[in-house]
Each structure stands twice: as structure tokens, then as C-alpha cells.
Design a protein around this ligand. Structure first.
Ligand code: WQD
Length: 351
């Protein structure tokens, strides 16, 4: 059984990918220092899969600790690297934190991959590498433009590092460029758990609907789009997760025709912010309290994917609709609230 090391396995996309990998016969271990995630997430993963998942609570920036994990698991056949800081806004305010954390962790990982000759490496990249594209939908050969944030630069640099590393080391790499992940596993046992106030649209919507956020702001309705709000390609987190399983299976077959291949992971449908809100209101039956606010600096006007390459080469076919993304995200938000209420009833004054 192929053994996969998943960094950031306690995170949003990482946890959903652990489920998909385990459901597809992979043996998985996680490395996550839980600085931006909750180790209890693995409880949900284990309930869904019926398998015990080991997490090494290690900072990837600590080379010796990371090396020891590879030494203990010398049968690792592949890596999926999710662990990174991902807040666009925070990266603008603290660029060195992002360059150090996201790049040192990747380089430490690759030093171990080289030492232990790990054959396969899948990298969590992002459509943010395209910047504001001149033409949409974007394909994998759409030129990479100047990033809009240090976070975006760490994704671009990560891709460049892997491109060069794969040529020199022989490790076969795949770069997966996610568009906008949304939704939660249908079991409602895992989902997105933003630390503090969320930045991303869908958790802001669900926290507004549940009352955690009193009123949300739509960041601009004066863009050159069909309703003035920005266009994005929202993709269910379980579709994203399954693409990682397909990517590893593709590498295992040895059919990849280059050392470092790129795939867009989006539905191919562009959705405006206002359309996303309307969809949520329809599926949840709740009216959302929002107002139109000023534009957010660094926002891309419109982007969505041409996903033909992933469909044709990986056999990837996104299954979930925007309605299902909103429904599962809303169910998860309601579950989080119920859990908080139960906790406060059991231990009054703790929350
Ligand atoms: C989507 C749209 C906002 C919040 C970023 C990263 C990307 C990935 C996902 C990590 C935009 C609007 C949002 C709100 C709003 N990162 N919005 N009010 O910026 O497309 O992508 O997050 O995985 O790499 O670049 O996602 O969800 O922040 O914003 O109007 O309160 O929703 O202006 O148009 P984004 P987002």
C-alpha cells in the first residue's frame, strides 16, 4: 500500500484529502504543528474513514524534527504539501513571516525528499499565481503575472523551486492550482474552521448567516463584470481532495510526460460575489445581512478556470454544484454552533 505523507493534514483541504486518500486505499500520515489548525480535525477524519491517522505535531521549519519523521517512515512513496500560511491580508502586513514559513518549510521538505529519494510530490498551489489575467478562462499556459501579495509570491516561488528541483532530483512533481475552495464533507464531521475572523467569502457568508458576523461587506460592486462584483470559480473541497488522489495515481502509473506538471482545479464556471450570496440565500432559506463596501486592495476582478487538462489527463470531473457547496458549508457552520452551545452548557463560562 502506497504511503503518503500529508503536510497540513489537520487543515481544511488537508483533512478532506486525507479522507479521499484513505478511501482510495492509500496509507496516510499527517505532519501538522497545529499552529493554524486543530488536531481534533483528525477525529472527524477517523470517524469518516474508520482508520486511525497519525499526526506528527512538528514544524516543517525544524529540519531535524522533519528528517526524523522521514527516517521513521522510510517507506513514504509520496508527499502532498498543504502546510503554509494562506492569508493574503496577513502576508501584506508581514511579508517576512510568509517568505520564511512558506519557503523554509518547502525547502526542508525537499531536502528530505532528496535524501530519501521520495518519488512523488504534489504541491498545493493557487490560481493566485495568475494575478489579474488578461483573458479568462485561464489555462495552465496562461502567463503567470506579478503576484498581488507576498502570499501569492510564495506560491509562485514554490512552483519555480519545484520545477527546478524535479529536473535535478528526478522526483516527479505535480502542481495543483486551486481556484476557490468551498463547502464541507457531506458527513458534517469535517469542514472549514477559520482561526479568528475569516477572510474568505464563503465562511464570511455562513458566519454572517449564523450571527457570528453581524453584517458582511461586499467588497465593491463597481467592477466591469455582469453585476459589478468580482468573479471567482468556487470549487467544492471534496472535488479538490479527489484531484490529489488522482494526481498520485497518475504519477504511480508513470504516465506523466514531464517532471513537473500543472493542473487547474476549478469548475470552469465564473460566479460573482452577489450570485454566490443569492445562491446561499436560496439554499439556506435565510436572508443575508450585507452591504456594498469599498473594493478590497489586491482583489482580482475576474478569474475562472479552463479545467480541460485535469479532466483529460487526470480523469478529474468535479461533482459538486455551487448549491451543494453552500448547503454543506451552511450545515457545517450550524454544526459548529451546536457544538459550541453544547460545550457552554457542559462547562458554563468556558466559551
Ligand atoms: C472571493 C471574493 C472578495 C470576503 C484567496 C486567495 C486564494 C485562496 C482563496 C487560499 C472576492 C469577495 C470576500 C468578504 C467579499 N487562498 N469577498 N466580502 O481573494 O479570491 O482568493 O482566497 O487558499 O489563493 O487568493 O478569495 O474568498 O477572499 O474572496 O466581497 O467579506 O469574495 O472581494 O471578490 P480570493 P476570497
Amino acid at each position: 500500500m502506497a504511503k503518503i505523507l500529508v503536510t497540513g493534514g489537520c487543515g481544511y483541504i488537508g483533512s478532506h484529502t486525507l479522507v479521499d486518500l484513505a478511501d482510495n486505499g492509500f496509507d496516510v500520515i499527517s505532519v501538522d504543528n497545529n499552529s493554524r489548525s486543530d488536531s481534533r480535525t483528525l477525529t472527524g477524519v477517523e470517524k469518516i474513514t474508520g482508520k486511525k491517522i497519525k499526526n506528527y505535531k512538528v514544524d516543517l521549519c525544524n529540519f531535524d524534527d522533519l528528517f526524523a519523521i522521514f527516517h521513521e517512515n522510510s517507506d513514504i512513496t509520496g508527499i502532498i504539501h498543504f502546510a503554509a500560511y494562506k492569508s493574503v491580508g496577513e502576508s501584506v502586513n508581514n511579508p517576512l513571516l510568509y517568505f520564511e514559513n512558506n519557503l523554509v518549510s518547502l525547502i526542508n521538505l525537499l531536502k528530505c525528499v532528496k535524501e530519501f529519494k521520495t518519488p512523488h510530490f504534489v504541491f498545493s498551489s493557487s490560481c493566485t499565481v495568475y494575478g489579474n489575467p488578461d483573458h479568462i478562462p485561464v489555462t495552465e499556459s496562461t502567463p503567470v503575472k506579478a503576484a498581488e501579495s507576498p502570499y501569492g509570491y510564495t506560491k509562485q516561488m514554490g512552483e519555480q523551486i519545484l520545477n527546478e528541483f524535479s529536473k535535478s532530483s528526478g522526483t516527479q512533481c505535480i502542481l495543483l492550482r486551486y481556484f476557490n475552495p468551498a463547502g464541507a464533507h457531506q458527513s458534517c464531521l469535517i469542514g472549514e474552521t477559520p482561526l479568528g475572523k475569516p477572510e474568505n467569502l464563503v465562511p464570511v457568508i455562513t458566519q454572517t448567516a449564523i450571527g457570528k458576523i453581524s453584517k458582511m461587506s461586499v467588497y465593491g460592486d463597481d467592477y466591469p463584470t455582469r453585476d459589478g462584483s468580482c468573479v471567482r470559480d468556487y470549487i467544492h473541497v471534496c472535488d479538490i481532495a479527489h484531484a490529489h488522489t488522482l494526481a498520485l495515481q497518475y504519477l504511480e502509473k508513470g504516465k506523466n510526460n514531464s517532471f513537473c506538471e500543472i493542473f487547474n482545479l476549478g469548475t470552469g464556471n465564473g460566479v460573482t460575489v452577489l450570485e454566490a450570496i443569492k445562491t446561499f440565500e436560496k439554499v439556506s432559506g435565510t436572508k443575508l445581512n450585507y452591504s456594498i463596501g469599498p473594493r478590497r486592495p489586491g482583489d482580482v476582478i475576474a478569474i475562472y478556470a479552463n479545467n480541460d487538462h485535469a479532466k483529460k489527463v487526470l480523469g478529474w470531473d468535479p461533482q459538486y454544484s455551487l448549491e451543494e457547496m453552500m448547503t454543506t458549508a451552511w450545515k457545517w457552520e450550524q454544526k459548529l454552533k451546536n457544538d459550541e452551545q453544547q460545550l457552554s452548557e457542559q462547562k458554563p463560562g468556558l466559551t
